[in-house]
Design a protein around this ligand. Structure first.
Ligand code: NAP
Length: 260
């Protein structure tokens, strides 16, 4: 079977963006809404989700912990009732905790796997029936350069993001003949709260200033800068579009040329 006739545009289709109220997720929400999609966003805190939805017509906010299977099932059903069958899923929600492996509490290790990897798995299971029924869909997993290479002191994060890329590659093959593409976007250090937290931790632990900590992070990027959330959102938008139908199972770095 070849790819069934794709929709001519994304206009009116329903996308779900996890962690869609802040940082990279908020930029993705804005970009998909600009393209005419109706966008459901979810996270644990209502306030940032509702604040963003007030600014962007055609969006709706849902609170859920993506590591909770029952909560995911309930929220995806409610979102489907409100905006119609899900055509696009962006698994963007994630957490990053930092510590040497020897000192990492089992709970921190497990929580990163639960949110960054199992959370994406649960959302995929919840979204797939509608995509399969339509014979068309897009899954984009926001992994990280930490899914393609190692960084010290974030082993749990690296392991979860490597796992997310493995899930992406396997699922892409499973769905290759069903009109559904599955890809990962791998940002380098990006200007969001998550990196602000990392800068604070580096400053506290090393006694360096925020500027020195920032220089250390940006030294990994040959362009010597942080990635902008909008640059990640543009890659997601392209992967969601009908012209990217042949692109599947890929892990695309948006990282200024950082060598993997
Ligand atoms: P962020 O602003 O902290 O975004 C993370 C989002 O995920 C938040 O909206 C958060 O909302 C949500 N979230 C976290 N745990 C959740 C859970 N259990 N259930 C539902 N939602 C949850 O940071 P960001 O930088 O934009 O990160 C977005 C994604 O990009 C993450 O997957 C991250 O690993 C990835 N990434 C970031 C960078 C970077 O340098 N910033 C680089 C590479 C990859 P609540 O707290 O309200 O739940």
């Amino acid at each position: 079977m070849t790819d069934p006739a794709p929709p001519p545009s994304l206009q009116g289709l329903h996308a779900i963006v996890t962690g869609g109220g802040t940082g990279i997720g908020a930029a993705i929400t804005r970009r998909l809404a600009q393209l005419g999609l109706r966008v459901s966003i979810l996270g644990r805190r209502a306030a940032p989700l509702e604040a963003l939805c007030e600014q962007i017509p055609g969006t709706a906010a849902y609170t859920a912990d993506i590591a909770d299977p029952a909560a995911v099932e309930t929220v995806f059903a409610r979102a489907g009732d409100a905006f119609g069958p899900i055509s696009v899923l962006v698994n963007n929600a994630g957490i990053a905790l930092s510590s040497p492996v020897a000192d990492t509490p089992l709970g921190d290790w497990q929580r990163q796997l639960d949110v960054n990897l199992t959370g994406a798995f649960l959302c995929i299971q919840a979204a797939l029936p509608a995509m399969r029924a339509a014979g068309w869909g897009r899954v984009v997993n926001i992994a990280s350069t930490a899914g393609l290479k190692g960084y010290p002191f974030v082993a749990g994060y690296c392991a979860s993001k490597h796992g997310l890329i493995g899930l992406t590659r396997a699922l892409a093959l499973e769905l290759a003949r069903e009109g559904i593409t599955v890809n990962a976007v791998c940002p380098g250090y990006t200007e969001t709260d998550l990196v602000e937290d990392a800068l604070r931790n580096i400053s506290t632990e090393s006694g360096r200033s925020r500027e020195e900590a920032l220089r250390r992070l940006t030294s990994l990027n040959p362009q010597r800068r942080l990635i902008r959330p909008e640059e990640v959102a543009d890659a997601v938008a392209w992967l969601c579009g009908p012209t990217a139908a042949a692109v599947t199972g890929q892990a695309i770095a948006v990282a200024g040329g950082e060598v993997m």
